[in-house]
Ligand binder design. Structure first.
Ligand SMILES: Nc1ncnc2c1ncn2[C@@H]1O[C@H](COP(=O)(O)OP(=O)(O)O)[C@@H](O)[C@H]1O
Ligand SMILES: [Mg+2]
Length: 356
């Protein structure tokens, strides 16, 4: 897919921005703090309905402005579409797709494929298992949108169950409700664990193939290890006692462990900073491959300060992997970051200007 035209008002440091993009490689350059990431985030916002550095719309609103608005014309599977996402404090978020008002962020998630790589991406390897669970879950949800509603149901069940546990099942019907929720969390966990297992198996193969293709022999032995948390073999009464004591759910797929290992050693603990980074970026390339092949809608790729995260060789290899296929937005301090960019934008004095 491609974004052809983009407009934003009162988004982060910008009053007004309007641009026509190249369908190939767009370079966005400017000094530190000039607004490059803000610009990328604005494009991300109109395509996904939230920022990539925060989920809070109020942080995206230009200081002291009454509302923010972003709009875009994009082409997905050869069909031209329009989208706008606006937010103001009282009215909240308003998403319009092709003139249909009051759309949900889930519709944007289904409609638009965007992959973002930022200096925070290595958290996928360095951070806790929740980053990796979310990563796998979102990829699977792209292929199977019904999975998104399973995840939502899980999250509601988990939160309600925790609420009961925090008040120590003290209200009259709490025990009955707790039993029902325990049954539900078990069933939902089983579905989630089976889907995660499948996706991870496929991911392992894709990871291996991409490492071969990019000639990254040092990553060849990396395995994605999945340890689903036990769901059934727990005594009901003991479980309830423990959960009341701890005030939180101690069964369920939110406890699944997911790690990246080389020779059975965790990359999170033993990997070098560079290995963690490159593994995380290759995982994002796997995501690209999955979305491209499964949804038949080639993702837009946003690379925020990507070059400063990698050595030249790896930067060039990874860019070459996506460049022939995808519309790319690449931010950098310098416009000569790549040879022959298709369009260059300079960010300066809270404005964005196209140069080519
Ligand atoms: N909601 C906002 N309103 C106005 N300015 C903001 C807002 N959020 C962030 N900024 C400012 O935007 C500036 C540019 O940030 P950023 O896009 O991250 O720069 P960079 O070019 O280094 O990526 C920062 O100085 C920051 O203080
Ligand atoms: Mg930045």
């Amino acid at each position: 897919m491609f974004v052809d035209h983009f407009k934003a008002t009162n988004f982060r440091c910008f009053d007004n921005v309007e641009c026509e993009f190249s369908r190939y490689l767009n370079v966005v350059y400017g000094n530190n703090g000039s607004g490059k990431s803000n610009f990328l985030e604005a494009i991300f916002y109109v395509l996904q309905g939230n920022g990539f550095r925060t989920k809070k719309d109020s942080y995206l609103l230009k200081y002291n402005a009454p509302f923010l608005r972003t709009e875009a014309k994009f082409t997905s599977q050869s069909i031209e579409k329009t989208v706008s996402v606006a937010w103001e404090k009282e009215a909240g978020k308003k998403i319009t797709i092709n003139g249909r008002e009051n759309e949900k962020t889930a519709s944007l998630f289904e409609e638009c494929n965007v992959i973002i790589m930022t200096p925070a991406t290595p958290e996928l390897v360095k951070g806790g298992p929740e980053h990796r669970r979310k990563f796998i879950d979102r990829i699977h949800a792209k292929e199977n949108p019904a999975y998104l509603s399973i995840l939502n149901k899980y999250s509601i069940t988990f939160r309600t169950r925790n609420l009961l546990l925090r008040r120590r099942l003290s209200n009259p019907h709490d025990k009955d409700m707790y039993s029902t929720l325990t049954h539900n969390i078990r069933n939902l966990s089983k579905i989630i664990q089976s889907e995660r297992k499948n996706t991870i198996m496929q991911m392992q193969e894709v990871f291996f193939n991409i490492c071969e293709q990019l000639n990254l022999p040092s990553l060849k032995n990396i395995r994605i290890m999945y340890a689903p948390s036990p769901i059934d073999a727990i005594d009901e009464y003991q479980l309830m006692q423990k959960e009341i004591q701890r005030g939180t759910s101690l069964i369920g797929s939110h406890l699944d462990r997911l790690s990246l290992r080389r020779d059975s050693r965790s990359l999170r603990i033993y990997g070098s900073e560079g290995e963690q980074k490159i593994t995380a970026f290759v995982l994002k390339l796997c995501e690209f491959y999955f979305l491209e092949t499964r949804t038949k809608n080639v993702p837009i790729v946003m690379l925020d300060d990507f070059q400063s995260e990698l050595d030249n060789d790896n930067f060039n290899k990874m860019l070459a992997f996506i460049r022939p296929k995808a519309q790319i937005f690449l931010t950098s301090l310098h416009h000569e970051v790549v040879d022959n960019p298709d369009k260059v934008f300079k960010v300066e004095n809270e404005e964005v200007h196209g140069e080519v």
